[in-house]
Ligand binder design. Sequence first.
Ligand SMILES: C[S@@+](CC[C@H](N)C(=O)[O-])C[C@H]1O[C@@H](n2cnc3c(N)ncnc32)[C@H](O)[C@@H]1O
Length: 185
Amino acid sequence: MKAIEVVLDVINGIPLSFHSSAGVFSKRKVDTGTRSLLENLVIPKEGLVADVGCGYGPIGIYVALSNPSLRVVMMDVDPNAVKLAKKNVEINGVNDRVEVIKSDVLSATDLKFDAIFSNPPLSKGVDFLRKFAKCAHEKLKDEGHVQLVVYRGEENVKKEFSQFFGNITVVKRVKGYSIILIKKT
Ligand SMILES: C[S@@+](CC[C@H](N)C(=O)[O-])C[C@H]1O[C@@H](n2cnc3c(N)ncnc32)[C@H](O)[C@@H]1O
């Protein structure tokens, strides 16, 4: 059995507590890029939100805690990440509104989302971004948006998402990270 690490943080005044373990992304602290995304997140007032590539869950859980009107679906292809995210949903007391599923990008759900958030796995290359852009367009509601953080991947994101979306803006650049907002209309 893998040793459990505990990650504690406060983002925008919201206290967060996570279990993580070997093999998951940024297991000892909330990643700097993820933190920047959360500090600049455009969160819908109501509806349904997806966290794609949730890892142990910082994005989806933060969103659920920020707005009790939202429902959240968190997804990851890694079964260990899914297991930890499920545990962390319980620890943070949002299990009545948050579901965690194993999914390749958004393929395991037929739901339509008001927003899709991600710190995507750029290590998977442009093929991942291409699949993500297509899937996100299919599974976003008409007025919905995607918001991503990428480290030195801004041009690849713009190139792949512009195949499906006309409205792409960089909300912030900090220390090599770009926070990118992509609107469906
Ligand atoms: C950069 S990490 C971000 C993790 C977490 N959201 C965070 O901010 O700490 C990217 C995550 O994407 C997951 N991932 C990789 N390929 C994926 C795929 N095809 N579909 C869904 N998730 C994937 C990885 O397992 C990893 O947890």
